[in-house]
Every structure is written in structure tokens, then in C-alpha cells.
Design a protein around this ligand. Structure first.
Ligand code: BES
Ligand code: ZN
Ligand code: ZN
Length: 500
């Protein structure tokens, strides 16, 4: 998609969207009424700038305006949602050339990051989940290379608007690639496919990728990952990615480690899950999706950070060879684990991912993302992820950024009283307390054992937000939760004070 800039409405494409907030209504509507020859009172009666409200006006026989409501006092996620929902509802009628006019917004101006939200939402709205339909309804003309987005803006704002729109476009491309991965059924995304995805992305966007195969995983001693995989016909992979900006030279950059849970399908193993919602467990690699997406977008935007991304990937299968409840397994850290419940598999593979990352790379900040517990779904519904850390500054920064991007986070405790529940009589630690309480906290407490008291470790339990209902699909679908959150976090991490 090409991005063009114009300064006057005379040069607009046939289809132009005019975003209008409640606040800017009184300035915008009279000029639009004058241009289109519509009675001002009529226009005020018909259009209230409610969130995502759309009003279609013909300016001439071949040129139309879509007035797009943003709500009274919009913020970044509201602008994004309005554009995304517009593009989704009108996707069958949109031509490959679309304009957005910022000329009608009120005199207080239009922040550049709203342009990013607008471009991002417009592109995301054309995404469909029908990849495997034979009717081939997956490709939208607006996503073709010939498509164009014209920004109608004041000359002084043109450069910032272009940069913002390009960023919105790039992020949308990566987010849609992650939608595809997380939405893919498990038979179309074996662990090796996640490895191939990482290799391809690294090659295209300039970050290094190593994919350890089963033999290398055995030699490396990632025993917890191997235990989860032992009932599976598909071998595991352990993906190691590293990114540094091209022209970083000797500049000292913060070293950030990311670990994402890559369970390509979670049957529960021998502690098998009920069948009703088991199909949703193809999304149990949502954490891996966030990490893969963050690597890709960091490289594309050349963010000022030294980033290491780890994805342990396997499915969790039922088989005669599967790990059994009560089994004692080893782990990369050297600690032994009693597997009480084979459905608590995510924390096992993360234990190896975290310990490996810390021992091999000594990151200054360490964040893991995982669709780890049903407990977060029961706690938050589908509206927030659980945040766990002993580091108040990181908790504050990530919560603030999540609020801004529309990826809400809510902090839960890591008090040591919860450690009691993970004591095992036969091994160093057990993977489940055996009690149906405090599920998300116990899982986080288990992970903590493998972080060697790292002072800037954050665990995000994204089971409640990675895959959910939305107005953009009739069934639950991928959200790419975490990609934008990490992008914004990594953009500012160099300036962040996270010392506790
Ligand atoms: N992948 C699931 C968690 C999950 C649940 C993700 C719902 C998305 C939606 C995880 O591996 C799991 O099964 N967790 C168990 C742990 C329990 C056995 C200790 C859970 O939360 O019930
Ligand atoms: Zn599970
Ligand atoms: Zn799982």
C-alpha cells in the first residue's frame, strides 16, 4: 500500500473518511454541510459522532464522504477501534484507494499517533479469518501493493502524518501475520512451522534466528520441554532470536529478554481437558505469537534495544508415551519437578525458556507472555491480562502503556505465602497445588522458581486476552495481544528507570 499526502480536499480520492469527535462536531459539520450542500441542522440531527458511527454523504456523483464518529473525547484505542470497525463493516465496498481527511478536525489539531491508529485500524479491519476457505475470500484489495491511502493534512503536519501512517501500516502487517499464526489450526502449525516462521521473518527483517531441533534440545538439557513433548508425534523446537539495531555501533542498549509459551495444541495430556472448548486450545501459542511479533516489529522499526526472544514450542498430546501425573522430570535449571497435572504444561516449558535465557544471556529485563491459566479468564473475563512482578516500576510502566494501547493489564500478587502450595515431597517443586484456587498466582509462583530472583522479571498471563470474541469475527479469534504493548514498551525502554 502506498501512502500519499495531499493538502486540499480538491485532490481527494473518491472515497474519503472524515473522522470526527464529539468535541470537534461543532467546527466540522458546518463546513461539511456547506461543501455538500446539505442543510446544517439536518446534518447535526443525523450525525452525533458516537463511537464508530458512520454517515455516508455524496459530495458529487463520483465522490463520497464517510463521516466517522470517534466518541466525545477519543483516545488512541478508540480511534483505532472506530477505523477498524469501519473498515470491517464496509470491507466489501471499499476500493483500493481511500483518503482520510484530517482537515475537518477541530482547531486543537489531530495528534500524529491518531494517524497511526487510523491507518492501523483501517488495515486490520480488512483482515478475515477465512484462510482455509476454498472461496478465497482472504485477500482484500486494500492490502494489495497497488492500494493507496491518501492523507489530507496541513502542510506542517505532513511529515509526521506520513511517518505515523507508515508505522500503523507496518504494525498492522505484523499483527495480521500473528493473527494468521494464532488462528491457524494445530494441524497447520506444527512446532517446526513456528520455527520456520521465525527463520523467515528474521531473514526478511534482519534479526538472527536459531531453531534447536529435538536432538539439540536433548543435548542442551531442556528436559522440561522434552517431557511435555514426549507423547507427541511432532518434535519440539526451541527458537532463539536476537535483534540489535543495524547502526547501533557500541551504543549501550538495554538488553531485554522475552519468552513466549508456544504450545501449538493443548489437549491437557493425560490430565485431559473436557471436549467442549478444547478446539480453542489451538491458540495456546498466543504468548509465542506476541514474542514473534515483537521481534519482527522491533527489527522493522529498528527500535533502540538489544532484544532476545525465546519460544519453546511443542504440543501437549495424549499418548502411551505421555508424561504421567506423578512423574518426576528434570529441567534446564537443574531443579526437579513433580508433574501433578499434565495440563499445567505451559509453566514447564516456560521454566526451561526462562532459565535458559537468564543463564545464556543475562538480560536486564525479562518478560514472559503465556496463555497460562483458565484462572485469568475467570478473574478478568476477556478484558485484561494478569501482570506479575516484584518490580513496581515495571508494573507501573507496563500498566500505563497497556492502558494507552488498549491492552489492559492488572497486577496480581507474588506473595511468598503462595510458595507453600508448590512444595513437593518427592521433587524440588510440583507444578500444581492440587487445589482449584489461586490458579494464576500459583502458576506465576512456579515460574518464579526458575528466574533466580531476577530483579526485573515480569510474567504476563494472557490466557484471557489472546483469543476472544470481537466484532471482527463470529467465533473467537486471535487478538495479537502483546505485540503493540511490547512495541510501545520497547520503544521507550531505553529511557525507562526500572531499578528497584
Ligand atoms: N492452556 C491452558 C490455559 C488456558 C485456559 C488458556 C483457557 C486459555 C484459555 C493451560 O495449559 C492450562 O491448562 N492450565 C490449567 C492449569 C491447571 C491444571 C493447574 C488451568 O488453568 O486450568
Ligand atoms: Zn494445559
Ligand atoms: Zn496450555
Amino acid at each position: 500500500m502506498k501512502i500519499e499526502i495531499k493538502h486540499s480536499l480538491e485532490a481527494q480520492p473518491e472515497t474519503t473518511i472524515i473522522p470526527i469527535s464529539g468535541e470537534s462536531l461543532s467546527e466540522a459539520l458546518p463546513s461539511i454541510a456547506a461543501e455538500t450542500g446539505i442543510d446544517t441542522h439536518q446534518l447535526f440531527a443525523d450525525f452525533k459522532a458516537e463511537p464508530a458511527e458512520v454517515h455516508l454523504l455524496y459530495r458529487s456523483a463520483s465522490s463520497r464522504y464517510f463521516l466517522l464518529g470517534l466518541g466525545e473525547k477519543p483516545d488512541f484505542p478508540q480511534v483505532l477501534r472506530a477505523f477498524r470497525s469501519f473498515a470491517f463493516k464496509w470491507r466489501q465496498k471499499l476500493e483500493p484507494a481511500i483518503g482520510i481527511s484530517f482537515l475537518h478536525h477541530n482547531s486543537q489539531g489531530w495528534p500524529a499517533n491518531w494517524t497511526e491508529a487510523a491507518a492501523n485500524g483501517l488495515i486490520l479491519g480488512t483482515y478475515t479469518t477465512g484462510k482455509f476457505k476454498t472461496s478465497g475470500d482472504d485477500d482484500h484489495p486494500f492490502r494489495s501493493p497497488d492500494a493507496s491511502l491518501t492523507l489530507l493534512t496541513e502542510a506542517a503536519e505532513a511529515a509526521a502524518a506520513r511517518t505515523a501512517a507508515e508505522r500503523g501500516q507496518m504494525v498492522a502487517e505484523t499483527q495480521m501475520a500473528i493473527f494468521d499464526l494464532v488462528n491457524a489450526p494445530s494441524n497447520k502449525k506444527l512446532p517446526t512451522d513456528l520455527g520456520d516462521w521465525a527463520l523467515q521473518s528474521g531473514e526478511r527483517h534482519g534479526f538472527s534466528v536459531r531453531v534447536l531441533d529435538k536432538q539439540q534440545i536433548e543435548r542442551t538439557g531442556l528436559q522440561a520441554l522434552l517431557a511435555v513433548n514426549q507423547g507427541s508425534p511432532s518434535p519440539p523446537v526451541f527458537i532463539i532470536m536476537e535483534y540489535r539495531p543495524r547502526n547501533a555501533g557500541d551504543a549501550s542498549l538495554p538488553k531485554v529478554g522475552l519468552v513466549g509459551k508456544g504450545v501449538t495444541f493443548d489437549t491437557g495430556g493425560l490430565s485431559i481437558k473436557p471436549s467442549t472448548n478444547m478446539h480453542l486450545m489451538k491458540s495456546d501459542m498466543g504468548g509465542a505469537g506476541a514474542v514473534l511479533g515483537a521481534m519482527e516489529i522491533s527489527a522493522r522499526l529498528q527500535l533502540p534495544v538489544h532484544l532476545i526472544g525465546i519460544v519453546p514450542a511443542t504440543d501437549n498430546s495424549v499418548d502411551a508415551l505421555s508424561v504421567k501425573p506423578g512423574d518426576v522430570i528434570g529441567s534446564y535449571s537443574g531443579k526437579t519437578i513433580e508433574v501433578i497435572d499434565t495440563d499445567a504444561e505451559g509453566r514447564l516449558i516456560l521454566a526451561d525458556g526462562l532459565a535458559y535465557l537468564i543463564q545464556q544471556y543475562q538480560p536486564e529485563i525479562l518478560i514472559d507472555l503465556a496463555t497460562l491459566t483458565g484462572s485469568t479468564v475467570r478473574t478478568f473475563g476477556y478484558h485484561a491480562a494478569g501482570l506479575f512482578t516484584q518490580n513496581d516500576k515495571l508494573a507501573e510502566a507496563l500498566s500505563r502503556i497497556g492502558e494507552h494501547t488498549g491492552e489492559r493489564l492488572w497486577r496480581l500478587p507474588l506473595w511468598d505465602v503462595y510458595k507453600e502450595d508448590l512444595k513437593s515431597d518427592v521433587a524440588d517443586v510440583r507444578n500444581f497445588s492440587g487445589k482449584p484456587v489461586a490458579g494464576a498466582i500459583n502458576a506465576a509462583k512456579f515460574l518464579e522458581v526458575f528466574t533466580f530472583d531476577h530483579k526485573a522479571w515480569v510474567h504476563l498471563d494472557i490466557a484471557s486476552v489472546a483469543f476472544g470474541d470481537s466484532e471482527f469475527a463470529s467465533q473467537k479469534s486471535a487478538t495479537a495481544y502483546g505485540v503493540r504493548l511490547l512495541l510501545e514498551f520497547l520503544s521507550e525502554v531505553q529511557k525507562l528507570d526500572y531499578g528497584s
